[in-house]
Design a protein around this ligand. Structure first.
Ligand code: SF4
Length: 477
């Protein structure tokens, strides 16, 4: 049975001194966008577009033939000495991982960065069972140390500045930490190396699963993936069923797309292939294949292309909404454009359908996505499901959404009413206004201000528009 799903409450983040999230997010996403653009130019735009088309076709073929490739994958993993477990939902996956840990009396666990592990809240389950689970990707390590959550699919600590990280290391690790990336990395490296050597079990996700040989593919830039999956005696990989691809030829296409889209590299620093158990390496390899709502997504022919995603993070980097609000604003594990469509479906449109509205429909993500996820069509489709009712959920959009939509329709239909409303808001906001911002709004708008400030209501746009008309600039519109 599927467990009750809910949004994530990020209020606990505000217990810490929040870093300048917006500035860091804008700076880091823009850097990533530039690097990706350079990598695509270097390869040649025409070749890149052919690769994208090939990537799309490979992923779509795999998704529509899961019945063929998943059993093939299972038999190959078992033939190579591994174990395969099927998890229907998050609770199933957590139970399987805990049972493996308990069977091996594992106390110390090292982990490779995995969004799916966040999706199933694995760290919380391990902690509640008295086990120590340490994230070893530098970004995840920082986020875990801060008691927070990743804000980006591939760059979990994207919203931090080096000054904040230095302060965090001083507070939590008790070391002298200068705000210098190389020095901070060295501090983390020394701490983590001890943990790799002491760990009883390693846990990873997986970027791809190759059906023809039963191979798990891990793509990292820090080498921590190899440490986690080779040093401890047991390795458990928890991977979504949609990650399966037919063969190694498919992988060569997808790896070219992934590295360039994620970091602008031609190839990631470490690409690790794990096929069952090895002579030198973990004695046991367990692959947990997780559904957790994915087959439900596949049932909707208009939404299934959501699962084409190879989690490169490029759509978040290019997204003007993500750049302004950061990943935590989505209130879900998956953020950015892919989060808007994936979370709305994994959690159900009743719980997270509002995410489908968190887009200007500018289409930048459509042009950027290496596997051509058709975001605009999917967002419109999910908006329709959110408002008109979801055939997989009870057909009721939240009352506040319906009331807001109705009020907006009326206001936009009558310009005098819209203008009147903005004048009222300008006066009504006075007790809440602090400079240019509204730091705290009453319910239900407080869901926004719990995590960030809201800009004050103003009439600048209409004044500008009138002046522009008076200057006769209308024809440039
Ligand atoms: S949807 Fe496309 S751009 Fe976004 S993370 Fe997935 S593969 Fe990357």
């Amino acid at each position: 049975m599927t467990e009750t799903l809910s949004r994530i409450d990020f209020r606990r983040n505000t217990q810490n001194v929040p870093p300048p999230i917006r500035a860091a997010t804008i700076k880091n996403t823009r850097t990533a966008v530039l690097k990706r653009a350079e990598a695509v130019q270097h390869l040649g735009v025409e070749y890149w577009e052919r690769l994208r088309q090939a990537g799309h076709e490979i992923r779509l073929h795999a998704l529509t033939h899961l019945d063929q490739y998943l059993p093939m994958l299972e038999s190959k993993v078992i033939a190579a000495g591994g174990n395969v477990h099927w998890a229907n939902d998050a609770a199933d996956a957590r139970r399987i991982v805990l049972e493996i840990a308990q069977r091996h009396r594992a106390q110390r666990i090292v982990k490779v960065k995995s969004m799916l592990s966040e999706e199933i809240e694995l760290n919380d389950a391990l902690r509640d069972a008295g086990l120590t689970a340490l994230e070893t990707d530098l970004g995840e390590y920082i986020v875990q140390l801060d008691g927070s959550r990743p804000s980006h699919p591939t760059n979990p600590s994207l919203h931090y500045t080096k000054e904040y990280i230095a302060d965090l290391f001083q507070r939590k690790l008790g070391v002298d930490a200068p705000p210098d990336p190389a020095a901070l990395t060295e501090i983390a490296r020394v701490k983590l190396r001890e943990e790799f050597l002491r760990a009883d079990m390693g846990i990873s996700g997986g970027n791809f699963l190759i059906a023809e040989t039963g191979t798990l593919v891990l793509v990292t830039n820090e080498g921590n993936g190899r440490m986690c999956t080779t040093l401890p005696p047991v390795h458990v990989a928890v991977v979504g069923i949609e990650k399966v691809i037919p063969d190694w030829n498919s992988l060569t296409v997808l790896l070219q797309l992934l590295a360039r889209s994620t970091t602008g590299q031609q190839m990631s620093s470490y690409t690790t292939f794990i096929t069952g158990t090895r002579d030198r390496g973990p004695r046991e390899f367990h692959l947990v294949l997780l559904d957790n709502g994915r087959t439900r997504i596949l049932q909707d022919a208009r939404a299934r292309e959501t699962l084409l995603c190879i989690r490169c993070g490029a759509c978040a980097n290019i997204c003007p909404v993500f750049q302004q609000v950061g990943g935590h604003a989505y209130g879900a594990v998956y953020s950015g454009p892919i989060g808007a469509i994936l979370s709305a479906q994994l959690l159900g449109v009743q719980t997270a359908g509002d995410l489908a509205f968190a887009s200007s429909l500018c289409g930048a993500c459509v042009e950027t996505c290496p596997v051509q996820v058709p975001f605009t069509e999917l967002l419109l489709h999910l908006r329709h499901r959110a408002v008109e009712g979801d055939r997989f959920e009870p057909p009721v959009a939240p009352a506040v959404v319906r009331a807001g939509a109705r009020a907006g329709t009326i206001a936009f239909a009558w310009s005098w009413l819209y203008e009147f409303g903005t004048q009222i808001l300008r006066f009504a906001q006075a007790p809440l206004k602090r400079g240019e911002w509204l730091p705290s709004l009453p319910p239900p708008a407080n869901r926004w201000t719990l995590a960030r400030q809201f800009p004050k209501f103003g009439a600048e746009f209409r004044a500008w528009w009138r002046k522009r008309g008076a200057r006769g600039e209308k024809r440039d519109a």
